[in-house]
Design a protein around this ligand. Structure first.
Ligand code: CU
Length: 186
């Protein structure tokens, strides 16, 4: 009798062990705050005049972390004013206020500090049109969202832009001097 029972039990133990192994392997990949839902989301077509973005993550976002940021690039690559990130959904989601969006193609860059200490980021594109769907941002309604603030575009720090300009200027002056010299030689 004991033997008859022990076989199915051993089989069950094997299944449990195999399941634990699968979970252990899968765990690191799901530990980050990956984007699970968004509105406007990737590939969405939302109504012109929308002025809220809601992102929902698979794990908590560190409230008030300096790394939390959403930037938005509008038609023709123009930066759109976006407010500071508010953490909602008991820590799993974020909301930002934007200037009212005109029709066109948009690229959204998000970056958040996951509660596991990892900075995660990605980007996606969506469309805005007169016939688009309303943004689903119910989670943002009770949040006291920061007013949209204009950025200097693309989230690139100003010193880097200034540095790039200086390099271009040096290259231009260098090229001019070289041409003058080679003209004199001929
Ligand atoms: Cu992580």
């Amino acid at each position: 009798m004991r033997r008859l029972l022990s076989r199915p039990l051993a089989g069950l133990a094997g299944v449990v062990a195999a399941g634990t192994l699968v979970l252990a392997v899968a765990a690191p990949a799901s530990a980050h705050s990956d984007l699970e839902e968004a509105s406007p989301g990737p590939g969405d077509d939302v109504a012109a005049g929308s002025e809220t973005v809601h992102l929902l993550f698979g794990e908590g976002v560190e409230d008030g972390a300096e790394g939390n940021q959403v930037t938005l690039e509008g038609p023709d690559g123009d930066p759109v004013a976006v407010g500071a990130v508010s953490v909602v959904d008991d820590g799993d989601g974020v909301c930002v206020a934007t200037d009212p969006l005109d029709a066109g193609e948009y690229t959204l860059d998000w970056r958040v500090m996951s509660v596991d200490g990892h900075l995660v980021q990605s980007r996606y594109a969506f469309e805005v049109s007169d016939g688009g769907d309303p943004v689903d941002a119910a989670s943002c309604e009770d949040a006291d969202l920061a007013a949209p603030e204009a950025t200097d575009g693309g989230g690139i720090p100003t010193p880097l832009l200034a540095g790039g300009g200086a390099v271009l200027l040096v290259a231009a002056v260098g090229g001019f001097v070289w041409r003058v010299r080679s003209d004199r030689r001929s």
